[in-house]
Design a protein around this ligand. Sequence first.
Ligand code: NAP
Length: 237
Amino acid sequence: MTKLALVSGANRGIGLAISTSLAQKGVQVFLGCRDLANGQAACNALKDQGLNVTPVQLDTTNQTSVSELVAYIENAFGRLDILVNNAGIALDYHQDLSPTERMAQTLDVNVTGLVRLTEAMVPLLAKSEDARIINVSSVLASFGQRQNPDWIYKDIYMPTYAATKAAVNSLTLSYARQLAEFGIKVNAICPGLTATAATNYQGRPVEDAAVIAVDMALLDVGTATGTFRNDEGELPW
Ligand code: NAP
């Protein structure tokens, strides 16, 4: 049976690369996009390669958007196998916003949005034989790494972003426990520093960043639950 995946924030960056790689491996992928026109443009290029992709409108901060997407997948397919919570923002360098504005907006997307989408999709994931949730986190949230004085990213100061991704990690552990009764595996990953709009195109190619998410979605490594990994192995929380 063809696996069904939903990726949030999929019209560009790492989300688009994860969607592309999943589709190249035979998964039917719904690309969640705030602006459907952007999603359609991204999907047209993938469809030209023969990939099974569908753009869907998804703003994770909007309950109506999320509910309408649940209804669409429920009516058309009746289940979901893979949810990649990829949509995320980082506003630490936005000097036009106050620290509390940065925190409120970042929490809304990175944390509350993830909870809204996850809660809405759980009934569909519970109908899958091998359901997996992959939360796109960041090593910048790792308390274990932050205690290391030699850590490569020790001088990166993104307090708002790091706090929200630490919340994502906490939710990963909580959901892993809560959803075990439905057989749903829940893991957090770090894609690594990647060249996207979010980093002003500093870092490695998006194709490399997508590998760990796709592995957790499809390979045996993803039958674990409640882990935090990058493509070198497990990360400290
Ligand atoms: P990006 O290029 O800025 O893409 C972010 C995506 O999230 C876009 O598709 C954006 O949609 C979407 N998005 C933003 N707010 C949304 C909302 N409310 N609802 C739905 N989608 C929303 O960023 P990226 O670098 O690919 O990052 C993807 C994920 O990887 C994020 O969670 C990020 O924190 C994480 N990450 C990135 C790096 C890195 O080095 N790039 C490292 C570690 C972790 P629009 O196009 O409509 O804005």
